[in-house]
Design a protein around this ligand. Structure first.
Ligand code: B12
Ligand code: SF4
Length: 449
């Protein structure tokens, strides 16, 4: 049986992101199937994809839907039209049945099934694909399989995959080349799941609340494969790399043992690290720490259900700085309870975080299965029947987005490391130029003067 896996993500901001999920889907399919991965970025036009579909003549086409929209309150852009064109190319060039999956799909499975008129979908981990294919081959009832979605599915069962997980990465046949040439970044996952429950966040829904760890040696072996394939930088895609201090330390030690010499980075929660933590990670090649700080107001941190207080942020920052790491803090402003006072507190406290880049986003995207969804519903900002595939952002009733943005801009006073919104800021225009000149990695450290 021939299975074509398609990465439909053509977004190149902040940089092109390697379709890691498809390596796992290919790993789950194993050698029992004839599997080919194609990436929309490898074609000059959608008809190029059409020709590849025709040439391979698949029985099933799996389409990975990662991004729904660019999550930007100012220049909002969604990708539904692009996905419709991709599905049309597949249909025009084969009679294959189409299966959707991916993190974006998992947030809105029913909406995507309707909008794209696909045959099947898998909400959650794609490791379930062989189960779906086997059930279809045996004419069995697919509706009873957890996570399997059809246009008729009324209730979706989200069940984390507890069995073996295997990444299939072969630089000769994977779409890695495009990413190696454009930015040089590949990616890696060390565990799945986030144990925290921040009020606005989809990650615990996508990956589950229970952390499921991969053996440190296996991760280091995969990292080594990426390095040998020519990666200049590895991004660790875990929800929060340090959500387990023990496991992330094991990973760092395994990196050292297996001779990982390229820099790497990831998302971190600004909780208090054990002594020497960041130094060990720096010794293993960690170069960039991206803290999901979101606010530095005690009231807002509590409203957003963050697992830390402002003092923890200062401590985590200081330890990362001592280890010589590049640090960025991400802020989400305008959540429930945000007002002039909480905003002022956040901005004043940010001044205490030296040698850092700050990314300020205003207005929080409302997603189903989050506490923020319930708050927005109660406050009448959304309706229960509303289709949220088109982005809706939570607005604090106490302060306007405009005032938040203006206050941050004024406070920033033109400093390059204070970045408001995404994309349109003067400072963010530096990054594409650096990529063109052959630099690799997130590169936001170049914004610190
Ligand atoms: C890491 C990450 C990033 C990193 C990526 C770095 C890198 N080099 O990899 C950075 C910070 C750069 C980033 C940027 C952005 N991101 Co991001 N990111 C993530 C995150 C945390 C993990 C993604 C990941 O790699 N997971 C690991 C892999 C293994 O899982 P996976 O791809 O989901 O695949 C599994 C399943 O989905 C499924 N699957 C996947 N494909 C398929 C296909 C088929 C057929 C099947 C059956 C199954 C299947 O099986 C896989 C294995 O189990 C997710 C949230 C999350 N927890 O998922 C957000 C997420 C994907 N990002 C999101 C967004 C919005 C963005 C940005 C647009 C933000 C912005 N405004 O800049 C950009 C877009 C970048 C781009 N060019 O595409 C959203 C997408 C939803 C949406 N609203 O559109 C997510 C879901 C977060 C959220 N808000 O909910 N991101
Ligand atoms: S914001 Fe980060 S720490 Fe909080 S639930 Fe989401 S992934 Fe976990």
């Amino acid at each position: 049986m021939k299975i074509l896996l398609v990465s439909a993500n053509a977004l190149k901001e902040p940089y092109p992101v390697y379709p890691l999920g498809l390596d796992y889907v290919a790993g789950a399919l194993g050698f029992g199937y004839n599997v080919k991965i194609v990436d929309i970025n490898d074609f000059d036009s959608p008809s190029g994809l059409g020709a590849a579909v025709k040439d391979f003549s698949p029985d099933f086409v799996g389409v990975s839907i990662r991004n729904i929209d660019n999550t930007d309150t100012i220049n909002s852009r969604d990708f539904l039209t692009e996905y419709k064109i991709i599905l049309q190319q597949i249909r025009d060039n084969s009679g294959a049945r189409i299966i959707l999956g991916g993190s974006g799909f998992t947030i809105f499975p029913r909406e995507f099934m309707q909008a794209l008129d696909a045959d099947y979908g898998i909400a959650g981990e794609g490791e379930k694909l062989p189960l779906l294919l086997k059930a279809l081959a045996n004419n069995a009832d697919v509706q009873s399989l957890p996570g399997i979605v059809t246009k008729e599915t009324a209730r979706i069962v989200y069940e984390p995959w507890e069995n073996e997980i295997q990444r299939h990465f072969d630089p000769e046949i994977s779409p890695a080349k495009f990413y190696l040439v454009n930015g040089g970044m590949l990616n890696l996952q060390t565990k799945r799941g986030c144990p925290y429950r921040c009020s606005y966040c989809t990650y615990p829904h996508i990956e589950g609340n229970k952390m499921r760890f991969y053996p440190a040696e296996d991760i280091a072996r995969d990292a080594r494969k990426l390095q040998d394939a020519g990666a200049k930088y590895i991004f660790i895609t875990d929800s929060a790399f340090n959500a387990s201090y023990d496991h992330s330390r094991e990973v760092a030690k395994a990196f050292i043992k297996s001779g990982i010499s390229i820099p790497w980075g990831g998302f971190f929660a600004p909780t208090i690290p054990p002594p020497g933590y960041f130094q060990l990670l720096a010794d293993a090649g960690l170069s960039h720490v991206e803290f999901g700080t979101e606010s530095l107001s005690g009231k807002m941190l509590s409203n957003l259900q963050k697992p830390f207080i402002a003092d923890y942020v200062f401590e985590a920052h200081s330890q990362a700085l001592k280890a010589g790491l590049h640090i960025a803090h991400y802020f989400l402003l305008g959540g429930p309870g945000e007002n002039r006072q909480t905003l002022r507190e956040t901005l004043d406290n940010a001044e205490k975080l030296k040698k850092s880049v700050f990314f300020f986003f205003c207005g929080i995207r409302i997603y189903p299965h989050t506490a923020l969804y319930d708050i927005a519903l109660q406050e009448g900002q959304i309706k229960a029947s509303q289709n949220l595939l088109s982005p809706v952002f939570y607005r604090s009733p106490h302060i306007t987005d405009r005032e938040i943005m203006q206050t941050v801009e004024e406070h920033a006073g033109g400093r390059f490391n204070w970045i408001v919104g995404s994309g349109e800021n003067k400072a963010t225009k530096i990054l594409p130029r650096l990529y063109e000149r052959g630099f690799s990695g997130p590169l936001w450290e170049h914004l610190i003067s």
